[in-house]
Design a binder for this molecule. Structure first.
Ligand code: ADP
Length: 187
């Protein structure tokens, strides 16, 4: 089983690339953001707990997303591999993922990091707000908070995965096709 991880700031294009990669490689796309939004739409207990945090641009609890990931892996035993998008976002989540895979005698294949500047993050999210209508995309202060959270909590994973020899970085400021080609070369 292959386990790839798409990494990068909000708006880096992870979702766009994930769609293309899933089609090409038949991987199971697991976006914790999408899973959480589904729970919110269904008004589940979990969704209600997550909504205020997400709308304010904060992370939800590690234990919630860790359980979601374990469930996705358990429920899809026949796929050739997984493509995680938006997970892990903290060192604790990365450690939990390593432990989860180790328990199965497996490990992460590669972390593919799509890097864009903070100013482009802003531009992309403002553009997406008009298309997708996400509440956390619609307010500049909330976007600021998501960028800050990324730098404070998620960026620590760069050295975490570098130390483990799993980290591969791609410049996310080219065309969708260029970036897709670079990621495909890594996979
Ligand atoms: P973005 O494009 O901003 O990265 P996502 O759809 O990946 O958006 O995530 C939206 C929100 O969902 C995040 O701001 C956060 O509140 C929550 N979220 C998603 N994944 C995680 C995670 N792994 N850990 C904690 N919170 C998460």
């Amino acid at each position: 089983m292959k386990y790839y991880l798409l990494f990068g700031p909000p708006g880096a294009g992870k979702g766009t690339q994930a769609k293309l990669l899933v089609e090409k490689y038949n991987l199971r796309h697991v976006s914790t953001g999408d899973l959480l939004r589904r729970e919110i739409a269904a008004k589940s207990e979990l969704g209600l707990a997550a909504k205020a945090l997400i709308d304010a641009g904060n992370l939800v609890d590690d234990s919630i997303v860790e359980k979601m990931i374990e469930n996705e892996i358990d429920c899809n035993p026949a796929v050739p591999g997984f493509l995680f998008d938006g997970f892990p976002r903290t060192v604790a989540q990365a450690e939990a993922l390593d432990a989860l895979l180790a328990k199965r005698g497996e490990s992460l294949s590669k972390v593919i990091s799509i890097i864009i500047s903070d100013s482009l993050v802003f531009e992309r999210i403002a553009h997406r707000a008009a298309i997708e209508g996400r509440k956390d995309d619609s307010n500049p202060e909330i976007i600021e908070n998501r960028i800050k959270t990324y730098h404070q909590k998620t960026e620590l994973l760069v050295s975490y995965y570098k130390e483990r020899g799993k980290y591969f970085e791609i410049d996310g400021e080219g065309t969708i096709e260029d970036i897709f080609k670079k990621i495909s070369d890594l996979i």
